[in-house]
Design a protein around this ligand. Sequence first.
Ligand SMILES: [Zn+2]
Length: 451
Amino acid sequence: MSEKLIIDEIENNKEEYIDFLSTLIKSDSINPPGNEKNVAIEIEKYLKEMNINCEIFPFGDNRANLIAYLHKDFEGRNLLFNGHMDVVPPGSEEDWKYPPLSAFIKRKKTMHGRGTTDMKGGLAAMVISLKILKKLGLEISGNLILNAVADEETGGLYGTHWCLENVLKPKSIKCDFAVIGEPSGINPLPKAIFLGEKGHLLLKIVTNGISCHSSVPFLGKNAIYMMSDIIQNLDKLEEYVPKVEPPMSESKMKELICSAFPSKEIFERIFNEQPLLKNVVISLTQFTKSLNMINGGIKENVIPDKCEAKIDFRLLPGQTPTEIIENVKKVIMEIGYDVKDEPKGNPEDVFVYIEPFNASEASYWKEWEKSNDVKDFYNVVERIYKKKPFYFLLPACADAHYYRNSGYCPATILFGPGSAETAHAINEYIEIEDFINSIKVYALFAYNFLK
Ligand SMILES: [Zn+2]
């Protein structure tokens, strides 16, 4: 009966929820620089109307994290919702069909703007589900906690990590199950429930040579040639990187996706016609690297003394960014170059400087197959979306590793409205029906989990 109460409540208040999402989209929280406090204030306003406990933790210049909960008792079974408030920059506004902060609604079907999918849609749905549980006054035993965080798009150290170390752990707010509301649609597939994520490491490598007139090239040391040496030897890294089993084999992943399809034949056809899906599956089973930026030289007749490259490494659970950095150094030193942690040297110094500028660990919830909670979540998604979802791994990285790898809450999943391919893209949008469905999923699951 209470389930019907929740669904009716949501059906009767759709306009209010759409308004709230549109308020969050219009609150500028483009990161960098962040300004997440703009969003935190709106969430607090919305929750305070219902007298829900809500605390903002400001930091830096107009930045903030926020924690809210149903009541002050954390002794029972706790469910944690996590959503990030920051969004990536929109790029050039002229390229957008509707301005990125306009939250323009088209034919009552879609809302457009930066963050609609990644992930103010999921965040708003989580905030709203907290309000619904409080408003309906349903009898529950555990606690529902909402953590709205800053800084996810730039690594999460000041967001999820900070909240974990400075609020959740010190206040003994334990967590039995966590949902991060990242968009989990992968068109044209049904919704995914993510159980793990890859790690990443962005590394800057700068070769420092000696500049001179290029009519006497042997007088100097060409930094572009040095970089070329490194690039040609980079595959050696595969020998040194720790060998780990991928969390799931290719066949296991195919089996999981297939279970959401009406038949194996239909799945095989779609899988083979979809280069994206196939490649996602392959990349989820291995360590990958890609050199994506290179910059060197100042003039056509000057031997360059500097060349800079940026490489994107993607890691499996069990491979740490620190290990990868050490092994990159090893490869470079084997070629015969000095490696320094300092960017500056004397003009006559020949060396290579390495700087990691973004890193996060991979993570995976190993015990998921034994959990009834994740099965309940799956069933709620199937009921609401009227399609079987599928369990999967996230090829990108999110904040889940902070919860899983620290042991705080291994049972962390990612699920949210929106489709991955519009995240970070120009003309980002969300389908309103998807947004409303996600409110139903979060509220019903929370009620079932806590009752
Ligand atoms: Zn996100």
